[in-house]
Ligand binder design. Structure first.
Ligand code: BG6
Length: 491
């Protein structure tokens, strides 16, 4: 990072939720850790009539409510002067001219600029065009980068349009598409588990792995977001981005380096090898469901068929993964918040110990706990003491809180914002990656909406999902697993 020239961060949509819940708590924590550039301006831009003073008050309240760390008044009083606010309309060029003039007064000469799009995607093109028209994207003296929030489009076509719009005025290297899952420590740790150790990778393939389950369960319902959510549903909200990113990290080949493009090339390769689910296979490989009571949520359209839960069975057509099913599920209003990846190994080829009648050999499992209670468990069989030959499943456990301390894990946005400031795009999605992911999700979403296939199932709030999802795995002789009091249980 060039420390000699100022850095300005402009947040479009600065009066919204994301800014006060995530962005400012993350920027502030980076500032407290002295990781932000020395000469820093954070300018909020939105239509809400705030003065800079009111904006700071609003953000201070947000910090007290949402920051996951304690801070002192002194730290705040050092940070607050970096925050200012400019009221403007996104559709109005005059507002962007005012912004350009305002930034010039703050920066006095060359400066780096990070534009943060914390606004709905329908507004991206307007803002990008206005920034370009007012010469604010020109890299003459400092860099210009743009962080784009999700959702990046609502289907392949709209994602392509957004990409082509961005590429008219920005180089791909200037674009940072956010998927906050990539900023989570435990998600980054997938690659470290695989490639910073020698013991897992030799087994990480179809010869030793039976199947992989990825669960991202949320305890909350749609809450106040139904206005957005009802129009997109779970596959667009969670699978196109977060779950497919998890698949790509679990399944990718080792990259030639830890650099952004080397990593993203491997992710693109593995996403391209996923067998598309379309036509007839949508009914066979997907389950969609809505929680009971969803129709009564505020802002849900009467008779809505939006899925709040989905389960998919995917196959990856390459040498490493041929024939290994990847079972993915995510839903709102489920039994508890739990995100985990279970690598289920094959059973031993021979049952050489006498087993009690009816008991089967148990497979080993490596469980990556993404959240909460972040950690990794390796489950294997041990001889139960004082028995002739009975085995019991036991766990070797790693918990972040125990090994690194209870506050070791930073907010995902913190890492992502720091990377964007430092010009490292490894944890951001590239244009082609986003489009391939949409290409996989589109046929599923279309079949659900137009053919009504498979039928929409219902599940009870607070449950682990519909019976149809259990049936999807039962067809393959498997069952979903989840964690309870440190033990893996079948749902
Ligand atoms: C967002 C989705 O991307 O991720 C939300 O839009 C979802 O619907 C959220 O609740 C889940 O994120 P996390 O970090 O709480 O797992």
């Amino acid at each position: 990072m060039n420390k000699r020239i100022p850095t300005s961060i402009v947040i479009f949509g600065a009066s919204g939720d994301l800014t006060k819940r995530k962005l400012i708590p993350s920027f502030f924590n980076l500032f407290r850790k002295r990781k932000t550039p020395k000469d820093l301006n954070i300018v909020g831009f939105a239509w809400t009539p705030f003065t800079s003073e009111q904006f700071r008050d609003h953000l201070h309240k947000g910090l007290l409510e949402f920051a996951n760390y304690k801070f002192t008044d002194e730290e705040w009083s050092l940070f607050a002067p970096h925050l200012t606010y400019l009221q403007g309309k996104y559709e109005d060029q005059a507002g962007f001219e005012k912004l350009a003039a305002y930034l010039d007064t703050l920066e006095e000469g060359d400066a780096n600029r990070l534009y943060y799009m914390a606004i709905p995607p329908s507004l991206f093109p307007t803002i990008v065009t206005k920034l370009y028209a007012t010469h604010q994207l020109k890299e003459d003296g400092g860099w210009r980068r743009m962080v784009v929030e999700k959702p990046f489009g609502t289907n392949l076509e709209s994602a392509r349009e957004l990409n082509s719009h961005l590429h008219k005025v920005l180089n791909e290297k200037q674009v940072y598409r956010i998927d906050h899952y990539l900023g989570k420590e435990t998600v980054q740790n997938i690659l470290f588990t695989r490639f910073a150790n020698t013991i897992f990778e030799p087994l990480w393939n179809r010869n030793y792995i039976d199947s992989i389950q990825i669960t991202v369960a949320e305890e909350v319902g749609v809450g106040h977001r139904a206005g957005y959510y009802d129009g997109v549903g779970v596959v667009r909200d969670m699978f196109q981005n977060h779950l497919l990113q998890l698949v790509s990290l679990v399944a990718m080949e080792p990259p030639s380096s830890f650099k952004a493009d080397a990593m993203r090339n491997e992710k693109v390769k593995v996403l391209s090898a996923i067998q598309p689910i379309n036509g007839q296979s949508v009914a066979e490989n997907t389950v969609r469901a809505q929680y009971r009571g969803y129709q009564d949520e505020k802002d849900v359209k009467p008779g809505s068929t939006t899925a709040t839960y989905a389960a998919l069975r995917l196959y990856i057509n390459n040498w490493r993964w041929q024939g290994v099913p990847f079972y993915l599920r995510s839903g709102k209003n489920m039994a508890e918040k739990q995100s985990q990846i279970i690598i289920r190994f094959k059973e031993p080829p021979l049952a050489m110990f006498p087993m009690p009648p009816g008991q089967k050999m148990t497979a080993n499992m490596l469980v990556l706990y993404l959240q909460p209670d972040e950690g990794v468990h390796l489950r294997f069989e041990a001889k139960a003491p004082d028995t002739m030959a009975e085995t019991r499943s036991v766990d070797m456990e790693f918990h972040y809180a125990e090994s690194f301390g209870p506050t070791a894990i930073p907010e995902a946005y913190e890492r992502l914002l720091l990377d964007a400031l430092q010009g490292d795009a490894s944890l951001f999605t590239r244009a082609d990656e986003v489009e391939i992911a949409w290409g996989l999700i589109d046929p599923i979403a279309q079949s659900w909406e137009t053919e009504q296939t498979p039928p929409l199932a219902t599940y009870e709030p607070g449950s682990w999902g519909p019976a149809e999802a259990d049936a999807l795995l039962a067809k393959d002789g498997r069952a979903w697993m989840h964690e309870e009091s440190s033990h893996m249980l079948e749902d």
